[in-house]
Unconditional design. Structure first.
Length: 154
């Protein structure tokens, strides 16, 4: 019985120590840290045709007091490709994260892009949604012939 009690008690003490470290690190957070503010976090494509342009932009601003550094955004699947600024974003400056969705497959769109940074809120999730439908068949105008007319010979 003692073999089980001692490790259990040690596990409890270790977990209290971890919780205390998390609380201390939250209290010691940098008050001048960058802050990232997006104009929108959801883009709705609505209904778009298969093969059309699936690019949208998420504009953001660094509202903090230090430069904002973005890490590579993580998309929920390979059909969604984000492009982000590689350079630090200075306080008060804005930039965009471009997201390109491949519209080759027909069906609903519901994807997420996770943006990691050195901001106070270091993880933000952006979403795209909508629906891809098949292009309508193109009609070729029919040639009408008038059987009562005579050809013009020159």
């Amino acid at each position: 019985m003692q073999k089980f009690v001692v490790p259990f008690v040690m596990l409890i003490f270790c977990s209290f120590g971890l919780m205390a470290q998390d609380a201390a690190s939250a209290q010691n957070a940098n008050p001048n840290a960058p802050e990232i503010s997006f104009e929108k976090t959801v883009h709705d494509y609505g209904t778009i045709y298969q093969g059309s342009d699936g690019t949208c932009e998420f504009k953001f601003t660094n509202t903090g007091k230090e430069p904002l550094i973005l890490q590579k955004p993580i998309s929920s699947c390979g059909c969604t490709v984000p492009t982000w600024p590689q350079e630090p974003i200075l306080p008060g400056k804005s930039d965009v994260i471009k997201v390109t969705y491949s519209t080759h497959n027909i069906g609903p769109i519901n994807k997420t892009i996770t943006v990691l940074s050195n901001a106070k809120t270091n993880r933000i999730t952006l979403s795209i949604k909508g629906s891809v439908v098949a292009k309508p068949a193109e009609k070729v105008p029919e040639k009408t012939t008038d059987k009562t007319s005579t050809p013009i010979n020159k």
